[in-house]
Design a protein around this ligand. Sequence first.
Ligand code: ATP
Length: 783
Amino acid sequence: MGTSDQEWRDEQHRVDEVTTKVTRRIEKLQREVGTVRGDVVDLRKEFWDEVRVNFSSSDDLGETSTSLRQQSQVLSERERSHLQSSESLKKMKLLVRSPYFGRIDFEEDGSNNNETIYLGIASLLDDDDEEFLVYDWRAPVSSLYYDGAPGPTSYDTPMGEINGEMKLKRQFVIRNAQIDVMFDTGVTIGDELLQQVLSHSADNQMKSIVATIQKEQNAVIRNDKSRMLVVQGSAGSGKTSAALQRVAYLLYKYRAILKADQVLLFSPNPLFNSYVSSVLPELGEENMQQTTFQAYLDFRLAKEFELEDIFTQMETMLQTDEGHSLEVKRASINFKSSPAYIEVITRYKGYLESRGMMFRPIQFQGRMIISSDTMKEKFYSFEPSVELANRIELMREWMLKELSVFAKKEREAAWVDNQIDLLSADEYQKAYTHVRRKQHKKKDTFDDYEKERDLLARMIVNEWLKPVRKWIKRKRFVDAKGLYRELFLNNELLQVVSGQSSLPVFWDEISEITVADLKKGKLSYEDATPYLYLQELVKGFQTNSAIRYVFIDEVQDYAPFQLEYLKRLFPRARMTALGDLNQGIYAHASVLDSMESLQQLYGPQQTEVISLIRSYRSTYEIVDFTRSMMPGGERIVPFNRQGDKPIVVIETDRDQLHQKIIEDIKALNDQGYEHTAIICKTLMESEQVYEALKDHLTLKKVTKTTPSFVKGTLVIPSYLAKGVEFDAVIIYNASNELYARESERKLFYTVCTRAMHLLHMYSLGEPSHFITDVGSEKYVLIN
Ligand SMILES: Nc1ncnc2c1ncn2[C@@H]1O[C@H](COP(=O)(O)OP(=O)(O)OP(=O)(O)O)[C@@H](O)[C@H]1O
């Protein structure tokens, strides 16, 4: 809908006015921040000058402490004020170039007052703090802009629903205080603006989308009722974008009680962490915490085991030769990632309540302090109704007492005398000081020889037993490894706890490999979470209650076990899980067959599922091609942005193939496509390609340890391209030799959907049937 010249002039006039106010506000805040910073520095420097310190009498002591308190109050007040001013300044700086992006005119029922509401990244009040010149995009009234169309409408507020009529919905693009684009619009945030935004070049960092949030995305962002929010959305439908705006929304709505470090995002890989890290700061918010599930496993298990990571597992599974060992590995992954295996572990815990617990004996200098059998006997002497983990707690207390008894006896041992004799003068002095401190500074500690020997012996024994004590305190006496191994050594046990008389496929081989790995101190990726889960069921769960919101991106890549584990790990958190079943690239992903199964986690009552079906990232032609690869793909709705059809280039000679790719990339660079990727299937292929092309092109090699994306032409293995996007994607070898197994369809789909503007697939020999099955009208074939 067009706007008149007069309206344009009026709006520009308002932009000028607001910008002038913001500029003035910035100048004022800069002065304030400077002054307060100076005050804080001075106060810190002069802190002790202002405090009257006098410890002579109890009155003086009281005065000193009051003076200290007052001085630290002044300091913390100034520090708070500095923080506030700095935050306001940060927001004003966001507003100065583009104060707002939307306007709605709304008349509340019965008010007769047409209120004009402008929406921006942050709110702005006029000088007397009475009128909002700009409303924060997250304010309750702003939802009208994203959800409502001109006409009768309503929005929710903490006080209840407000009804009225929207008279106007207008969009702006304001750059450097000048209106570039302005138009009035209907329900959706205009396609025109989206067209503009989406046709831009890719970046190595994700951007915020506040000006063009779509209605269904807004539902994700503002959803506030469910414990678990599941977002199923096609590739490029804005799941990650919506998740990040949702974090910003929650931080705004609950600003009095929620801090950014109480929100945790699980990303698919460390690279992705850096890719999304600028969105929240762009919105004036602090970043949430970010991690990967792998990082958590490393944190918990890497000291104990040589841990297979998810990418190594992936490399194994992507081997071209489907030999028997790969079949066994796949069966192992499938079983160990299945809900049935959760049942096995849970029932195993029940089984252990009455039998089968395993302990590691406590020994000292080759002598037994407490044997495994004694521990087991003690464990089963506790009341059977006491929870397993609580019994372990009781065991810990009992063992610490036993250790004290042992320590007392040990003080008389001959080795202790030897140690005392061996103490150097220095050590003796140290021991003396130490013992004195322990004895609360009694002066007569080393008065007579007997006492002296006794105290030194006590100290030496305690020192020597310190690691044992620590070991007990950490409950290392529970033989978690033995308990886990038992499942693979004892078929009868497995049958009992699985409730099945038959054993899983390839069980003998799976068991043999698992046991051998455990013996070597190795743990495969598929064993890591079940192992941890069993250990926690027995020893008690380590939980993190500080985290209030957990976001899991690419949830289709998690096994049910891992989700169950996260639920336990964060007992006070609400969860938002975002995923696309079509992009489940890992072997264990096949077990998570529908997003609805995620409802089991917290139960349907506490779960809400939202589907996003519009795909924004890629051009119409690319989405039309990629969606045809997937069963049910017709449900994906491409955003109507036109581009070139995907290209398939067939070549029989590898050198020729390289030559063509080099020319292609040079041409793309000339056309201004700055962020392109040569996507290879595996790391090995990626390394070979990098070596072959690096002298002809400026390339950046990406591996699992690359800390962040940079702009340019990347050479990247398929699975590391998850979640990110590029102007142009070059699939290095999309041949049928490489991509033919059904299990690789989703991987191929995922890599193709990384392209925003251009998708070029090269093939050494016959192209993958994933391409040819699509229908030749959807791509251009070059022989
Ligand atoms: N409402 C929107 N306005 C502007 N751009 C959008 C909008 N929604 C999504 N996009 C853009 O579409 C692209 C894809 O978004 P995003 O990465 O969030 O999708 P996704 O669903 O997480 O994708 P995938 O599952 O394929 O990784 C990004 O460039 C994002 O900025």
